[in-house]
Write a protein that binds this ligand. Structure first.
Ligand code: XBP
Ligand code: MG
Length: 254
């Protein structure tokens, strides 16, 4: 299993990264503030630095100033974001802790592939999932370790390599069309957990789409089930095994 972070393990963007970006703008005395809707548009650009660069360049900031301001803003943003994490302002999405436990109890390899920065990714995972679970992850691949971001498959391919897993044996969990495209380009089956920012995106190629994974006391909120898995409970290991068996991934090598 390879988990995406932002939007998947936690709903980090609207009330997390966006708030931290605005605190960084304020700290540097800049007039910019990203409201919920405009940040949703900006999420089309993966990577916080690239997002800043595209936005500030788009409003006329010159290359020299961008080279100076963008790294400072991003560093500040990550510090503010870690502060939000430590103050408990970010929570794991429903079903994530349950599913990680189930996978790890069954000795299933679990990894992470995210565009996000290592500076905050490890802190977020430890605070949301606990050091014991994170310590059992086979790999945590972050944005700095790839020259290309999602939808390029490099992050997923790096995670596959670190986990020593064959693509046809792995399910990726993603929240966005960018993440889905990266997982598919890496030859993985993909479960999509939509969120408020990504609900309207194109998930035609996903192997299962839900709005929520569900918990023991309530079923997953299924949006699209192209393989006819007929999920009537939470998304659990049994569902994932059936998804893999039915998924259009690379045919299992003999
Ligand atoms: C989502 C991203 C990240 C975050 C911000 O990554 O594109 O850039 O928005 O984090 P994923 P950084 O869904 O792959 O986890 O500012 O650290 O990039
Ligand atoms: Mg994501």
């Amino acid at each position: 299993m390879i988990f995406d972070v932002d939007g998947t393990i936690a709903d980090t963007e609207r009330d997390g990264h966006r708030v931290a970006f605005n605190l960084a703008f304020e700290k540097l005395g800049m007039p910019d503030r990203w409201d919920v809707d405009s940040y949703g548009e900006l999420l089309a650009v993966p990577g916080g630095r690239a997002r800043l660069r595209q936005y500030l360049g788009g409003r006329g900031m010159g290359v020299n100033e961008l080279d100076d301001v963008v790294p400072r803003l991003h560093e500040l943003k990550n510090r503010f974001f870690v502060d939000l994490i430590r103050r408990g302002r970010i929570e794991a999405r429903p079903g994530i802790v349950r599913l990680v436990d189930e996978l790890q109890v069954s000795q299933i390899t679990v990894g992470v592939a995210t565009t996000g920065s290592r500076h905050w990714v490890e802190e977020l995972l430890e605070v949301l999932l606990g050091a014991a679970r994170v310590g059992r992850f086979g790999a945590v691949v972050t944005g700095e370790e790839a020259s290309a971001h999602k939808p390029d498959p490099e992050l997923h391919l790096t995670a596959l390599d670190r986990l020593s897993c064959r693509p046809e044996a792995v399910v990726a969990v993603e929240d966005s069309a960018l993440g889905l495209r990266s997982a598919k380009a890496a030859g993985l089956a993909c479960l999509v957990v939509r969120n408020s920012y990504t609900a309207g995106q194109d998930f035609t190629d996903a192997d299962l789409v839900v709005d929520e994974l569900g918990e023991a006391d309530h079923p997953a909120m299924v949006v699209a089930d192209p393989h006819g898995l007929a999920v009537d409970g939470p998304v659990d290991l049994a569902v994932l095994r059936r998804l893999l068996a039915a998924g259009p991934g690379v045919p299992p090598s003999t």
